[in-house]
Design a binder for this molecule. Structure first.
Ligand code: BEZ
Length: 386
């Protein structure tokens, strides 16, 4: 079934007063996430994180009991407009939360802009969402694709590498991650000599790995995530390349994947806005409570889901529970310091996190913190007129 509507709490919210507290109608949250396909585990982690925050608030945001309406978007941009329109026009959700895939999120942003529905993006990094498509009612709790790529470009340039090959999926996330990397790496004196890619979500890497071996670059930069990242890291090691050509990656390539990647991931350096050994007090309580609730260790996607709910809580408290009061919502979120497990962050004028990007290294089953690769990195928000 393509469209799964699961109403977890019976809907009874009609036209009731929007005062905070007793008698307020339920808050309908439309979760549009992948629950099947290569990004399925990412969607689940985001939902887990979101629900954890709501549960910590007693199941309510700004005094309104939360009701979830869920859609499996299958990470398929061709179905995204229909899916999001069903949530907005059929289910009348108060807020949209989604998605993981950049192409899906861009379709959501278009509908959010056209209909004025509040949208919080808990993963997808599409630069345009907080760039040319930026809007007062669109917020992101995650990153732009540019951010971890740019930070890694600086790291690899500082290591003195001169010639790099990039390899990724051919869609916005891969393209923009490579563009961010290239911008910083070439500014630092390096050169991207070849950009290799394959269609999302293909995992037939062999021909491209053979091309890397023949090109003999100093290093390789990559972006993959979810199931595809597991296979890529294993294939890279299996082809014998890990021993001869160092691999650097956006942190999604090793986040939430280490159990499945095993020894093939050991030693890899990545850049991301989260790591496993942060000394952030909020992270310690978050990790404990996530592990207790789900019998799982959290990853970056769980953090982004948790922070999406925090952003909703901050904005809606200022709007006294009324999602129609968007100016009050935005003003509160724009001046907030969000107390995230990743470390506190603020939102840029385009509503994207301004955040530290960490350098991590895979040690055992952890993305161990090595240091801060880029302090309080803000996306350039190219094309945002807000
Ligand atoms: C994206 O499509 O934007 C994306 C997907 C998975 C991880 C990171 C980014």
């Amino acid at each position: 079934m393509n469209f799964v509507r699961i109403t977890l709490v019976a809907a009874c919210a009609i036209a009731a007063p929007l005062a905070m507290g007793q008698g307020a109608p339920k808050l309908k949250v439309g979760l549009m996430l992948p629950y099947t396909g290569t990004y399925a585990s990412l969607g689940t982690a985001i939902e887990n994180g979101f629900r954890l925050y709501v549960t910590e608030q007693g199941g309510k945001i700004a005094g309104r009991e939360v009701e979830y309406v869920k859609v499996d978007d299958e990470s398929d941009p061709s179905k995204a407009t229909d899916n999001v329109n069903k949530l907005v026009k059929r289910d009348h959700v108060d807020v949209l939360v989604g998605s993981v895939h950049s192409g899906v999120a861009m379709a959501m942003a278009k509908v959010a802009k056209d209909t004025g529905t509040l949208l919080i993006v808990p993963n997808a990094g599409a630069d345009a969402v907080t760039g040319s498509m930026c809007a007062p009612n669109i917020f992101r709790s995650s990153f732009t694709n540019w951010q971890p790529g740019y930070a890694m470009g600086e790291v690899v340039a500082k290591k003195g590498y001169k010639k790099v090959v990039t390899i990724t999926w051919k869609y916005a996330a891969g393209d923009e991650s490579v563009r961010g990397f290239k911008e910083a790496f070439e500014k630092g004196g390096g050169q991207v000599v070849k950009e290799l890619n394959l269609p999302f979500p293909n995992v037939e890497f062999q021909a491209l790995l053979t091309e890397i071996a023949a090109t003999k670059p100093d290093a390789v930069y990559t972006f993959f995530a979810g199931g595809g990242a597991v296979k890529f890291v294993k294939d890279y090691a299996g082809a014998g390349l890990k021993k001869t050509i160092p691999l650097y990656a956006a942190g999604f390539t090793t986040d939430g994947t280490l159990e499945a990647q095993g020894e093939a991931a050991s030693g890899l350096f990545t850049t991301l806005h989260y790591a496993d050994s942060l000394s952030v007090p909020r992270d310690a309580t978050f990790r404990l409570s996530y592990a207790k609730t789900y019998k799982l260790q959290p990853d970056v996607y769980a953090v982004q889901g948790y922070d999406a709910a925090q952003i909703l809580g901050i904005g809606l408290a200022a709007a006294k529970g009324d999602t129609g009061k968007q100016a009050e919502f935005a003003a509160a979120v724009e001046k907030a310091r969000i107390d995230s497990p990743r470390g506190a962050f603020t939102l840029s004028r385009a509503h994207n996190p301004v955040q530290d990007i960490y350098l991590r290294q895979v040690v055992g089953k952890e993305n161990k913190l090595i240091g801060v690769a880029s302090k309080a990195l803000a996306d350039p928000a190219r094309g945002c007129k807000m």
